[in-house]
Design a protein around this ligand. Structure first.
Ligand SMILES: [Zn+2]
Length: 203
């Protein structure tokens, strides 16, 4: 195989087969409408072993979710500071309105930051557990898919169609069409076409 890695452009060892699905949300008279168009055919992309290994290492060392957990922690901390600041501002200025606004914003930041922190940490832990339950090669393939998703374009065209990718592999073909529709947010109207294009046995 002579394909380059989508992330670092070195020689790729993993082949990613995926069907691209374009989605456009249009605000119309009856509310928001969603249009979905699958790509003409399944495309192949490459990911190198080094990038997949790097990703797996990030999961194992807990580095993968660290950036997001830090951001949420900072938001929560800013909220705490705002709550303290609100009390101070109230004592200094006596402006009840201002204090109320500061308190609300502070409380929202604490709640949102705290909830984000917990869910990100939980997610990272669950992902680590899932990958460690797989064989080494299966975990690397899973990580190669994640590297692909990170590097693949997410938007397209002037209308900014959002792009999602459906992996075309044994696991997808063994999953029931109904479950795939939920998993990849495929509309009923295009589901049949999608199943046919990925060669699903129930198409
Ligand atoms: Zn690479």
């Amino acid at each position: 195989m002579n394909r380059e890695c989508i992330a670092c452009h070195k020689q790729a060892q993993y082949t990613i087969r995926a069907l691209q699905l374009r989605t456009l949300h249009v605000r119309g008279m009856t509310g928001e409408e969603k249009y979905q168009v699958p790509d003409d055919k399944v495309l192949e992309y490459g990911v190198c072993r080094e990038c997949a290994q790097k990703r797996l290492k990030e999961h194992r060392t807990g580095k993968s979710g660290r950036k997001r957990t830090i951001i949420f922690a900072i938001i929560a901390l800013a909220g705490v500071l705002l709550l303290f600041g609100a009390a101070q501002a109230g004592a200094l200025t006596g402006q009840d309105q201002l204090v109320r606004v500061l308190r609300m914003v502070g409380l929202a930041a604490v709640l949102c930051g705290g909830a984000g922190f917990i869910s990100t940490a939980k997610e990272a832990g669950a992902e680590r557990k899932r990958l460690s339950g797989m064989s080494g090669e299966a975990a690397l393939e899973e990580c190669a898919w994640q590297v692909f998703l990170d590097s693949a374009p997410k938007e397209m065209g002037e209308e900014k169609w959002s792009l999602t990718y459906i992996p075309v592999n044994e696991k997808t073909l063994a999953t029931l069409p109904g479950d795939l529709m939920i998993l990849y947010d495929i509309q009923p109207g295009v589901a049949k076409e999608v199943m046919k294009k990925i060669g699903h046995p129930k198409a």
